[in-house]
Design a protein around this ligand. Structure first.
Ligand code: NAD
Length: 339
């Protein structure tokens, strides 16, 4: 991007909506507050939405959400609704350039159904998700032509993993002629699981004996009882994670060479291990080597998901302006830093 475009964005920032106002949605709004190239103007939760063309205040929104359970109670710009996404899309219309979908993917078809809602509404712009499961990305892939025809640029798998780490794998792969393995191991520490209910339920769905439907149906008390048996830890191996299909689609390696696992501590903000990516391959000279990319332990899940999500939203806006619509993944596009 040239200097002229950057100045344009500061004069006329990208107007952003955030769907889902839980752990990640709230962090997203906080992260955007000091940015000059993006303005947060719309948000929805399960029971309501907020829309303010001049910009929403993240502190006020968080206070209302925490005290009353929905943005719908916001004095200025709030509306209660059990069809919050549909109503917000209709109300904000093309004033929103792009949405970050910080929604639970429960059931596993939910994100695809939201994409369908956008297509049917006639809205045009950029959508970014931080979706995790391979089968969820496959549903969006099947909608690629519809998204394109609707004038939507949809960036999928743009959180941390998939997202930041998948993109790092795509970059690191350039040293090799052949990729032998991609191993992603994440460490997440959160002070309490209630701050990220969907994330934790979706992680539980990967444990032996569980699936998405079972995890979705668990009451909060059942989640707590399960976490009590593991001292608050979730140890995850060989997860169904879309990093695999995204790296395969980008032509980097077959999906069975990609492995994702990790440990989530739901009772301690300190990471139980350092999140890292190891990519092993053979160079054109025949040397076998491994690149390792390790995230700083002080960086939170929220920082590593929301930062990339908006970097991809900015990249998506550039693609959209050039008439490039359809479905893109974090393994094929470079995110752009949001100032
Ligand atoms: P959360 O449970 O804290 O919050 C979910 C929010 O969505 C709530 O505000 C809720 O009211 C709202 N919501 C639920 N159903 C809705 C509906 N029908 N309409 C409007 N709003 C609705 O969620 P979270 O823990 O922040 O996780 C959000 C998503 O991010 C999850 O799908 C999770 O898997 C994903 N995630 C991805 C990564 C990554 O690296 N790719 C990392 C962490 C989380």
């Amino acid at each position: 991007m040239n200097t002229e475009q950057t100045t344009d964005l500061i004069n006329k920032p990208i107007r952003v909506g955030v769907l889902g106002y839980g752990g990640l949605g709230q962090a997203a709004a906080r992260l955007l507050a000091p940015k000059r190239e993006m303005l947060w103007i719309a948000a929805a939760d399960q029971k309501g939405y907020a829309y303010a063309p001049e910009g929403l205040n993240s502190k006020q929104c968080e206070a209302i959400y925490k005290s009353r359970g929905s943005l719908g109670y916001l004095e200025s710009g709030g509306s209660s609704s059990d069809r919050s996404i549909a109503e917000l899309i209709a109300k904000a219309g093309n004033n929103v350039d792009g949405y970050f979908l910080a929604l639970p993917n429960l059931p596993n078809t939910f994100m695809a159904s939201v994409a369908k809602q956008f297509i049917e509404s006639g809205w045009q712009g950029v959508l970014v998700d931080a979706i995790k499961r391979t089968s969820a990305v496959e549903q969006l892939l099947a909608m690629k032509d519809e998204l394109q025809a609707a004038g939507i640029t949809y960036m999928t798998g743009c959180g941390a993993t998939p997202g930041l780490l998948t993109a790092a794998a795509a970059l690191a792969a350039q040293s090799y002629a052949e990729i032998h393995s991609v191993n992603i191991t994440f460490g997440v520490g959160i002070a309490n699981w209630e701050a990220y209910r969907a994330t934790i339920r979706e992680d539980i769905a990967h444990l032996p004996g569980y699936d998405v439907a079972k995890a979705q149906a668990m009451t909060d008390a059942e989640v707590e009882a399960l976490l009590d048996t593991t001292d608050g830890l979730l140890k995850l191996e060989n997860m169904e994670h879309a990093d695999d299909i995204m790296l395969e689609l980008a032509g980097i390696c077959p999906r069975d060479r990609v492995k994702v696992g990790g440990v989530v501590d739901t009772r301690n903000p300190k990471k139980p291990l350092s999140t890292n990516l190891q990519i092993t391959g053979r160079t054109f000279e025949g040397k076998i080597s491994t690149h390792t990319f390790t995230l700083g332990d002080e960086t939170s899940m929220a920082a590593n998901v929301c930062g990339p999500a908006f970097g991809y939203l900015k990249a998506g806006v550039m693609l959209h302006k050039k008439g490039l619509h359809g479905l893109f993944t974090s393994a094929e596009i470079m995110p752009q830093f949001v100032r």
